[in-house]
Design a protein around this ligand. Structure first.
Ligand code: SF4
Ligand code: SF4
Length: 284
């Protein structure tokens, strides 16, 4: 499979190929003030949402069904939650091994906050995981402390500046490690007005220095029952301005669809019924 067949990374491939997310990772090791994983309604399209959780074995059954049911050729298997792949590392790695064994030509892609990914990078590379996305919302721990309530490292729970510093350290180490293993690395940054909107170009500058391949600035989607429920959603002018400034440092990705953790098919395609049918059958 050519790397050009990744619909998220190649704007040409976006209209020809699809991706499927395997929702095998329920837990998270970080508390983001904008995240709410409580809702799992099929009408909702955003990260952190999945209508069902699957075991690694069920996820392989699901993948086989989706490949048959969805019209678009599926070229990418992604793991993007609904929690964090590496807060559920056993499940994530087992799933990737199963997919690699049964679908040798599939591109493998993971999206993580970057905490605790490092011990798995070697095996990710052995499995030919080609694309990794890390969400970095601050490189200044004082700003990070406003965004993250906690970061869990093993049995230790860090809070405030300490949590933000530990997360940032691991994110920066992870970028180095992933790049040195030849993977394509994308950084996602969620733009939160009044919290980090002024700071996003600093993230892009550092990402450029670290040779990150793409940067994806995503507008905050303020969710009920979160500490950031009352923040404004960035408007189009703010996003254009920020992407323009960040583009001086690192190529910007602009066709992100804020996919669900169980999305399937072409970006922007609504396969909700097919997905639901395949998920239900695979989980039963
Ligand atoms: Fe990978 Fe993100 Fe695209 Fe999913 S949406 S396939 S995790 S880049
Ligand atoms: Fe939610 Fe992702 Fe933050 Fe975890 S890392 S709290 S899943 S946004």
């Amino acid at each position: 499979m050519s790397l050009q067949c990744h619909p998220c990374f190649d704007p040409e491939a976006r209209h020809q190929y699809g991706r499927v997310h395997l929702p095998v990772a329920p837990k998270c090791n970080v508390g983001c003030n904008f995240c709410n994983r409580k809702f799992d309604c099929l009408n909702e399209s955003r990260p952190g949402v999945s209508s069902t959780l699957l075991t690694p074995e069920q996820s392989l059954t699901y993948l086989n069904k989706v490949v048959d049911l969805v019209d678009t050729p599926i070229t990418v298997v992604g793991i993007a939650g609904p929690g964090d792949p590496f807060a559920n590392a056993d499940k994530t790695m087992r799933t990737l091994r199963l997919v690699r064994k049964h679908h040798p030509s599939m591109l493998l892609c993971v999206a993580s906050n970057g905490l605790e990914i490092a011990p798995h990078v070697e095996e990710l590379a052995e499995l030919k995981t080609s694309h990794v996305t890390l969400t970095i919302n601050a490189i200044d721990p004082k700003i990070g402390a406003k965004i993250y309530r906690f970061a869990r490292l093993g049995r230790k729970v860090l809070r405030g500046i300490e949590a933000a510093e530990a997360l940032l350290d691991q994110q920066l180490d992870a970028i180095d490690l992933l790049k040195s293993h030849g993977m394509t690395v994308k950084v996602n940054s969620i733009v939160m007005p009044g919290i980090n909107d002024h700071h996003i170009p600093d993230i892009a500058r550092l990402a450029g220095r670290l040779d990150v391949d793409y940067h994806n600035c995503m507008a905050l989607y303020p969710l009920a029952d979160t500490p950031f429920a009352n923040l404004d959603e960035p408007d189009a002018a703010m996003m254009t301005d920020i992407r323009g400034r960040c583009g001086e440092f690192v190529p910007q990705m602009e066709h992100c669809q804020r996919c669900r953790a169980d999305a399937a098919g072409m970006l922007g395609e609504d396969n909700a019924e097919v997905v639901q049918q395949a998920l239900t059958e695979a989980a039963s």
